[in-house]
Design a protein around this ligand. Sequence first.
Ligand code: T68
Length: 840
Amino acid sequence: AQIPLSSRSLWKKFAVKEFSEKSDFERDFVHHIETTLARSMYNCDDLAAYQAASNTVRDKLIVEWNETQQFQTLKDPKRIYYLSLEFLMGRAMDNAMLNAGVKDLVKDSLSELGFNLEDILEQEPDAALGNGGLGRLAACFLDSLSTGKYPSWGYGLRYQYGIFAQRIIDGYQVETPDYWLTFSNPWEIPRHEIQIPVDFYGFVEEEFNPQTNETKKIWKGGERVIAVAYDFPIPGYSTKNVNNLRLWSAKPTTEFDFSKFNSGDYQNSVRLQQRAESITAVLYPNDNFDQGKELRLKQQYFWVAASLHDIVRRFKKTKRPWSEFPLQVAIQLNDTHPTLAIVELQRIFIDLEGFSWDDAWEIVVKTFGYTNHTVMQEALEKWPIPLFERLLPRHLEIIYTINFFFLQQVEKKFQSTYSQKELENLLSSVSVIEEYYPKQVRMANLAIIGSHRVNGVAELHSELIKTTIFKDFVKVYGDKKFTNVTNGVTPRRWLREANPELAELIASKLGGYEYLLNLNLLKNLENYLDDKDFKHKWDIVKLNNKFRLTKLIKKLTGIEINPTEYLFDIQVKRIHEYKRQQLNIFGVIHRYLWIKSLSPKERKSLVQPKVYVFGGKSAPGYYMAKLIIKLINAVGELVNNDADAEGYLKCIFVPDYNVSKAQIIIPASDISEHISTAGTEASGTSNMKFVLNGGLIIGTVDGANVEITREIGEDNIFLFGNLAENVEDIRHAHRYAPHLELPESLKQVFEAIESGKFGEGDEYKPLLDSVRYHKDYYLVSDDFDSYLQAQELIDEAYKDRDDWIQKSIISVANMGFFSSDRCIEEYAEMIWDVEPLERD
Ligand code: T68
């Protein structure tokens, strides 16, 4: 409802004024302390100060957020809708201040009021609504979308529990729930007035219309849940544009099931209501793995149905003809998790809006784009038909029809050139339905068929999907439908916020912070390669960041490290066999055995002191990954307490790796490890963050490592291992070897493990057996010696500190390409066909 014209001048008079002076901030802060929090200066700890400060910064954001949304409603531009089941946002406060350009003001104000900003920022819990790279990519994209002034909304779920918190007890991972909403969350705006009903189960009815002589299918849902919207303002850097992230929360309907109640089943009636809330209770903690649980499919439909309802409603308000839908709406599917959106939009068009099948389908395909993030079989989503049919009977029918028309088209295209057998093989490979017991719906196939563009996330990966998992679709569509958009990261969070000293040093040479908006400007750092003072400062910044990390390590593990003595070698990411933390820890053991074999004098002259830092979570049910964590901790236990290794080797496992810890860990690396079996890591994004922060990397020829090498030059990266093109042949050879002949180096390592040096030797048998007897799927034995050689090259290179710094500077100077701003521009041009919209 709108306010009558006669009252509007009064409204304008009292319109909220955002703070822009210290005194305004201080006034608003005290106001929040005394009213919002009902506290006082006699009762105000850091937590209360955080809440009041964040509310004050939030208020500023909301003013701009409102204006942005009003402006966009008026201009009605094409909008991007980014559908992701995960948004791994981390903390909001520091980012919001930096983007709005008020960090110094807030810092000074808080100091005048008796608080230290850094301590206040530590009070904020991470918003950890994601597993790893996929979820963090979505968060970087939101930052770049706002910064690039693209009208866009993110849609996701408001899980009450984010990714679990990890504790390490006796060397083992123990999971504890992450209830991140204990204190009210100032960064979200509950929209209790936006309530969207979502149905599940039920049956499909046919309705005959005698006038048109047509039958219409109507889905009668059997269980209803309400989606309530929570909005998260997404500020951009150095712009007043504030976009929206809308997360849905599941609530029971207020309608009560009287039939159950009357028949005396009050308990069950209430139980059904409670069931609703479980839909958005918890994030599934698997990275690159499809567990296939019913509740997960429910989450997917709940989210997709609510989001599409919202999108369609917004479109309808414009009164444009339906044919303009794809000109106004671009929907990007972050992996196959939201693929049901394709089916839901088709259902809305034909069942609810009365479109013909073909008219509806044309619009649907133009609307969607699909991003693939993995080629690994175990991560590809498939849903058993019986489950699907029970939960979403009408959607299954529509899927069958989509598939029917698609296969018909394929048959027509190939029947004259293919043999019967060839045609059958092609059809069964591209079909949405897998003939299996029971039959399954292949979500990736559906996503490809229902989208106008399919993209991989790094060049190598985008080539691989065309030649392996989706090669038969290339036959059908040609390769124009398939494209590459190499991932990127936001330099705001991952340089300025994570590494303020380096960001400032760079700004001092590049004439300010403009480079955060045009990362290619970093190239100008190459003008300072002979500037001794600059190089010295560069070195000092790294050392300071190493200090900052050792403080964190001391706090979390009690272990003290003198950063001036050691090279820091870091591998932080989800624990997964394909990411090969086992290769790394076997290498550490090898190094330890070598150190032990030397005399003290030899050690002094031969050994480059190194700290190996590990961090990352294992999926709770992933046995092998958990065993790798245990081995890392056991090695640490021995090595860190061995006087022979003192000053030469440390091995640290940082518990509960998350976004805010990443911001401290990443700037501290001399070397970071990105050592996946070639062809398995679609892109990787932490590799980009590490190099952007002046660390060099050791890596395989995989994912975005390939493009990083191209940009920074192969002299500045330590590559090793077999190439993706050879991996299949090597695996084939393994399959026919009864047990593998291990390299001598790895044999020594296995013997040391089995001798019981790291606790019960037997405990690690499954891990060792996966290499020697179970075909070494990840090529640990094949790449081990090459890995050790690369490590030797690192030790050698680190001795020439001047050259090392040179490499570091050249690397940073050439990282411009990996800004997520570039990435979003490519999506905008090649997939979404949208333009930025500047507020006036
Ligand atoms: C990652 N995928 C890729 N998946 O592994 C990584 N999976 O190479 C890439 O850089 C990144 O995506 C961004 O493109 C994931 O992180 C998941 O987390 C995931 C979650 C649920 C189900 C399957």
